[in-house]
Design a protein around this ligand. Structure first.
Ligand SMILES: C[S@@+](CC[C@H](N)C(=O)[O-])C[C@H]1O[C@@H](n2cnc3c(N)ncnc32)[C@H](O)[C@@H]1O
Length: 260
């Protein structure tokens, strides 16, 4: 898979993409990340990329010509498909999530456009963007952290990138939408806290059931919006009932922990 990133600050990517899993994946040829400087596609001696907003207001807006030219240049350079899927980052975009990451991992070529200042002239979206994505309901100074997040989330889903492919199969935001259960490793006891007994039991059925129940519990506690009760199995519903009863018991014992 090829990721082409268009940015005003190419230096922001060398650390995140040079290390760890993404660094190794590139060295092994499993993915290619190319970073392009939008300023190389300006046509004045000051390499101007921004201008004041029409209609007035604070800040500067990124001009359309250098970005559209940069996208055209990348397409002319070529990639693994006839055309790439072009993604523009903006807080107004659809919220990026694991489902979108899985969809994007099926593509062979992505172009990512990072904005700065007050944002990008909207004609860039109209002319070249296939998708507009946000990485969350907050405002960043630029699209570079968003590009790093997207590349990381998509790349780890590509065949061969993770050492153990099953790592990406059984984890948070999978097909059932639940959060992953808590994980433990050695030592079995640390500062008075013991690893749950069941995990040391070697009883695979009991471990699977414990993990499922903990997944349901964490999802209920931290992300109830992800719980789709109609898609839960009979066993899940029974486990969820147990979780609710336990939490209600804990609330009765320690009302201070449960809000009002
Ligand atoms: C300071 S922001 C522009 C914010 C814009 N004026 C607004 O209020 O919606 C500059 C650039 O950062 C990037 N950016 C900011 N927040 C983002 C987010 N939540 N997700 C993705 N990109 C973001 C976009 O590329 C945007 O063009």
């Amino acid at each position: 898979m090829v990721f082409d990133i268009l940015t005003l600050f190419p230096g922001m990517f060398s650390g995140p993409f040079g290390e760890s899993i993404l660094g190794r994946a590139q060295r092994e040829g499993l993915l290619t990340i190319r970073v392009w400087d939008i300023r190389d596609h300006t046509d004045d001696k000051h390499r101007t990329v921004d201008d004041a907003p029409y209609g007035g207001g604070a800040g500067m807006v990124m001009k359309p010509e250098p970005i559209v030219r940069a996208v055209e240049h990348v397409i002319q350079t070529g990639g693994p498909a006839e055309r790439p899927r072009v993604i523009l980052f903006a807080p107004q975009g659809a919220r990026f999530n694991q489902h979108i990451a899985r969809e994007l991992a099926k593509e062979s070529w992505l172009v990512l456009i990072c904005g700065h200042y007050e944002g990008i002239d909207d004609r860039v979206r109209q002319l070249v963007a296939d998708d507009v994505l946000s990485i969350g309901d907050f405002v960043l100074t630029g699209g570079e952290p968003a590009a790093i997040v997207l590349v990381d989330a998509v790349a780890r889903l590509l065949p061969g990138v993770l050492g153990a492919p099953e790592s990406a199969e059984e984890e948070s935001f999978g097909p059932d939408g639940l959060l992953e259960y808590p994980q433990y490793t050695r030592p079995a006891e640390y500062r008075g806290l013991a690893v749950p007994e069941v995990l040391l039991s070697g009883n695979h059925g009991a471990i699977r059931r414990w993990r499922r129940k903990e997944s349901l519990k964490l999802t209920l506690l931290y992300r109830p919006d992800l719980l789709r009760e109609d898609s839960l199995t009979e066993e899940d519903r029974a486990l969820l009932q147990e979780v609710r009863a336990e939490l209600a018991g804990e609330c009765e014992e320690r009302p201070g922990d449960c809000g009002d």
